[in-house]
Design a protein around this ligand. Structure first.
Ligand code: LRH
Ligand code: MN
Ligand code: MN
Length: 426
């Protein structure tokens, strides 16, 4: 199924008068306060977030997985689903594939489909955390960090194959996340595991095309519960430096121990020109993969405040690759992703409202109260009319969830794909 612009336009008609009144009121206020509302709306419209192919089906936990009816059963259908998100939100202009979950069979067909829906292929994700059927060597005891050379070579080769697939699709980056680690003290020689990993990453890096980037993702625990080889941003940063200029750290919001100051990590990495990618999600305890903004929206805003500062002041840092990395059990995955996209845009818009000049003056004057006021004034502003405006300007829906329900999208997907569908992947 496809949503066409006329359907969205006619749904927008009913909401337009209310939107216009809200927008005019807010825009007036913000312009009076010295903001350039036009440029904020433009920045929001340009902020595109990749959808991971594995978030389009209902995820699960190790205790069970409850399929969501009408889930996409193959890559073409996953692209169709991202096309639906893009039509409604105009902020999901890319898809991120995980190999081997998403190996294309018909490259031209897949590329054509993506292009017709206005989508590009974002970072390619390799997978050396699962054994594939019939595999000669197992990742049971690690991949790039393994003490077994044959296993390491197989894992390097897999990453090279992922680059080759990405090249055919027009992707420009490879994300490496390793599950490698240990469950029990004494199981691993930490130094050897790190050295093996560094050596393998350098070999993968050597195969990276000139115009590609390598993103190195870190995670403190899970699936290993005693140690993880690339456990934190420092380890990732060190490995990226050991690889070279095209290698960067990737921050996944869920991959931190509770209460970690992620905005400070972001600031440090951008100062050093080494923040490459971002995975959005939310969590209460660990890597819970919950809807973005559903648990700690203020923390998300503070992270965006650091990102906006970096984007404006750190030309040494490249444009970032944004992706949602959340997949859960209980919601319609497409509605969940719409909520995440909205939360990301909201945090970004609020961060754009922070008066950076005044903040710097207040910091210099040690006016701690004013510093907080400046941040919280921005945070407390209801910016949703700005998001709506950015969507309308590009043909998106004023109310994407409302439109999704009004157009009976899920019902139509179930009709087309059936009830007992299982998305490939996680
Ligand atoms: C690991 C992770 C990583 C994987 C994805 C499926 O927790 O965040 O990015 O590729 O989940
Ligand atoms: Mn991730
Ligand atoms: Mn994760």
């Amino acid at each position: 199924m496809k949503i066409d612009t006329d359907q969205i336009k006619s749904l927008n008609q009913k909401l337009m008068a209310d939107h216009q009144a809200d927008f005019d009121f807010l825009a007036n206020r913000l312009n009076q306060q010295g903001n350039d509302v036009g440029s904020i709306v433009e920045k929001l419209a340009g902020f595109q977030v990749a959808i991971p192919s594995w978030a389009l089906g209902a995820g699960g936990t190790r205790f069970g997985r409850f399929s969501f009816q009408g889930e996409p059963g193959n890559l073409a259908q996953k692209i169709d689903d991202v096309g639906l998100l893009q039509a409604l939100t105009q902020t999901a202009g890319a898809i991120s594939l995980h190999i081997p979950w998403d190996i294309p069979k018909d490259y031209d067909g897949i590329k054509e489909k993506a292009a017709s829906l206005g989508l590009v292929f974002d970072a390619m994700n390799s997978n050396t955390f699962q054994d594939q059927r019939g595999a000669k060597h197992s990742y049971r005891h690690g991949s790039l960090s393994s003490t077994d050379k044959a296993v390491r070579e197989k894992a390097i080769q897999h990453n090279v194959e992922v680059i080759e697939i990405g090249k055919k699709l027009g992707s420009k980056s490879l994300t490496v996340w390793l599950a490698d680690g240990s469950n029990f003290p004494g199981q691993h020689n930490f130094q050897l595991a790190l050295l093996n990993t560094q050596d393998c990453l350098q070999q993968i890096y050597a195969r990276l095309p000139d115009d590609w980037k390598l993103f190195i993702e870190y995670k403190p625990y899970e699936p290993n519960f005693y140690s993880t080889v690339i456990q934190d941003w420092g380890t990732s940063f060190m490995l990226a430096n050991a690889c070279g200029d095209k290698a960067y750290t990737l921050v996944d919001l869920g991959h931190h121990l509770p209460n970690t100051n992620i905005e400070q990590i972001v600031s440090t990495l951008m100062l050093k020109g080494k923040l490459g990618g971002f995975h959005f999600n939310d969590s209460k305890y660990g890597d819970d993969d919950l809807t973005v903004g559903s648990i700690k929206p203020y923390a998300l805003f503070l992270i965006f405040n650091a990102l906006v500062y970096g984007m404006e002041n750190n030309p040494q840092n490249p444009d970032l690759s944004w992706m949602i990395d959340a997949s859960h059990n209980i919601k319609d995955p497409l509605e969940d992703l719409i909520q995440s996209l909205e939360a990301i845009q909201e945090a970004y818009a609020k961060a754009l409202l922070v008066d950076q000049k005044k903040l710097q003056q207040a910091q210099t004057a040690h006016d701690v109260v004013l510093c907080q006021e400046l941040l919280q004034n921005a945070y407390r502003t209801d910016v949703r009319p700005l998001l709506q405006k950015a969507r309308i300007n590009q043909g998106g829906a004023i109310d994407p969830i409302g439109a999704y329900r009004n157009l009976n999208v899920r019902e139509q997907l179930i009709k087309a794909r059936g009830k007992n569908t299982i998305a490939s992947g996680l």
